[in-house]
Structure formats: C-alpha cells, structure tokens
Design a protein around this ligand. Structure first.
Ligand SMILES: Cc1ncc(C[n+]2csc(CCOP(=O)(O)OP(=O)(O)O)c2C)c(N)n1
Length: 330
C-alpha cells in the first residue's frame, strides 16, 4: 500500500508530460484566436480578456493538480486556467456567446467561467477579491485533512490591494496549503507595474509575512512546472503557503477595446520571440521527441476541436426570457 507521504510526493514531484502541455497551450491559443474572431463579428459581446502569451503559466502550474481534491481560483482573464483544468471547450465557447449551454448558463460570460466538478472556482471580476476566497478553501482543506492544495492566480494589478496583504498574513498564521501566483504580465490595464509599485520584485513581498517567494520565468513552461511543483510539495508536505511571481506577457490589449498604445512594438516583438509554445516545440524537436509533421497534425486536430466548439455555440439556442429570473439572489 502506498503511504500518505509517498502519495503526497508523487503529486508534487510529477514528471512533466511535455507533449500534453504543448497540446494544452495550443488549445488555449487556438480557442482564444477563434473567440477574438467571433468577437470581431459581434457574435460575442461584453468583455473579452485574452490570455495569449501567458499560456505557460496556467498549463505548467495546473499540471500538478489532482482536481478531485485541489482547487483553482483566478481573476477575469480566466480562459487559460479553465481549459487547463479540463473544462469542456464547447461549454466555454457557448458561455462567451451568452448561450444557456454555456458553463455558467450564458450569464457570466468571459470573466465568469466556473466548474464545481472540476474545482475551477472562477473567473472573478473584482481585482484581488478572490484571494481571500482561495485562502478560505485552503482552510477547509486543512480543517478536513483533505491533503489538497489551492492555486490562486492574480495579476500584478492585485498585488497592492489590501485583500492580498491581509490574506498572506492569515495564510501564514494558519499555515494554509495555498500557492499564491502573481502573473506579472507587466501591465494593469494600461499601467506599467513599475509606475505604481515601490518594488519591482514581487516575490519578496511574502517575506514580511514569513512566506517564501520566488520569481519564475513564465515564458518557459518547464520552469513554471518545476517551481510550482516545489510550492505544491511545500503546501501538501508541510502545509505552508508560497508566493510566486511568474513573469509573463500578454500579446493582446487588456481587453478587445484596448489598442495597447502604452507599449512599443519592439517590446511586444521581444516577448513574441520567447513565445512559450515555440520554446517548448523547439525543445521537443531538438530532443527528437516531436517531429514538425506531428506538430502540424496536433495543431490541425486542435483547430477542428475549436471549430466544433464554435459551431456548438452558434447552434445553441438563445436563452429564454424566463431565465432572467433564475440564479438570482435577492
Ligand atoms: C477592485 C477593482 N478595481 C478596479 C477594477 C477595474 N480593473 C479591471 S481590470 C484592472 C487591471 C488589473 O490588472 P492585473 O491585476 O494586472 O490583471 P491583468 O489584466 O494584467 O491580467 C482594473 C484596475 C476592478 N475590476 N476591481
């Protein structure tokens, strides 16, 4: 029989399945490209915050989880995390289209993907507000001795919110199994994080609460996987929190209406040259674990999957008027 301790170690020190991670990053990229296209055709309305460029963060981190006992919380830029948690992309695309067949019955849209079964706790629109919720779930895990971990993703715009600091303090006082992951994509809407932060290394912020921290290169999915693995191990083995600042970059504007004039073309190009999908693809080609032909086939299969999801969303009926009165708390 496997001991509890061995089980914990197996979970946290998982060997990365690189081809699987490549497929997941590609799926997120193609899903969002299709969503952007549909938005341009006005088939999708409201907000749409794309994760293109940041895929390695969600994929490399969530690869460690057993989503029967572990949980994921994130902010409104949530498509990548939902896909990495294994949510069905048909329900996700339909949600963007505002259809009842969507994962939140078409009422949440892009910012409020949610799946109770897959332990994907959203999709949260208020900057920093989900950070204490993640700690609450970690407390539940600890209280019930469930041997799980909570990954809590948020942007650099959330790092100066009181909720972040209050939660870090409580997480350490109570020693909660939670990993705080700041996805520093350099901008909070149009604001460069350096303009609004007294420090430019967020990983040190945990120190004042007795929480270890580290900066991680978020364009390299293998590095993300390794570092989050250490943090997950610490959470499950020692029951203690970690803060990671994962440096990343979003290629698109804050949302669909943002032309992103606050940054230079050269800066964008610099990051596109470190594209997380291309880095991993090149690595696998060099190691002879993948051929160009296999990659093209993988890409074609994913594009077909995404097209099927878009067809499903388009063909799903519009919600009825009565639905307006359901799922409403008064
Ligand atoms: C409490 C609160 N204040 C302001 C906003 C408006 N707002 C929406 S997104 C955003 C920027 C957040 O940037 P960041 O946390 O870095 O996330 P990113 O967009 O980079 O993923 C702001 C200020 C909000 N949603 N909630």
């Amino acid at each position: 029989m496997t001991s509890d301790k061995t089980k914990k170690q197996e979970t946290a020190k998982k060997t990365p399945d690189l081809k699987h991670m490549l497929g997941q990053m590609l799926l997120i990229r193609r899903f969002e490209e299709r969503a952007a296209q549909a938005y341009g055709l006005r088939k999708i309305g409201g907000f749409l915050h794309l994760y293109i460029g940041q895929e390695a963060v969600a994929v490399g981190s969530i690869a460690h989880l057993d989503l029967k006992r572990d949980y994921v919380y994130t902010a409104y830029r949530d498509h990548g995390h939902a896909i990495a948690c294994g949510m069905d992309i048909k329900g996700l695309m339909a949600e963007l289209y505002g259809k009842e067949s969507g994962c939140s019955r078409g009422k949440g849209g892009s910012m409020h993907f949610f799946d109770k079964e897959k332990h994907f706790m959203g999709g949260n629109g208020i900057v920093g507000a989900h950070i204490p919720l993640a700690a609450g779930t970690a407390m539940k895990i600890k209280f019930n001795k469930e041997n799980g971990v909570v990954l809590c993703f948020f942007g650099d715009g959330a790092i100066h919110q009181g909720s972040f600091h209050e939660t870090l303090n409580l997480a350490k006082i109570w020693n909660l199994p939670v990993v705080f992951i700041c996805e520093n994509n350099q901008y909070g809407m149009g604001t460069d994080f350096r303009r609004v932060s007294s420090v430019d290394d967020f990983s040190i912020m945990g120190q004042s609460y007795g929480i270890p921290g580290k900066q991680v290169n978020g364009m390299d999915v293998q590095e993300v996987h390794r570092e989050v693995g250490e943090a997950v191990y610490r959470a499950k083995e020692e029951g203690t929190p970690t803060l990671l600042e994962i440096k990343t970059y979003r290629y698109k504007g804050h949302s669909m209406s943002d032309p992103a004039k606050y940054r230079t073309k050269e800066e964008l190009e610099e990051y596109k040259n470190q594209d997380p999908i291309l880095i991993l693809k090149d690595h696998l080609l060099k190691e002879k674990k993948l051929t160009e032909d296999e990659f093209q086939k993988m890409d074609k299969k994913i594009k077909d999957q995404v097209k099927a999801a878009a067809d499903f969303a388009e063909k799903s009926p519009e919600p009825s008027l009565e639905l307006l009165y359901e799922d409403v708390l008064v």
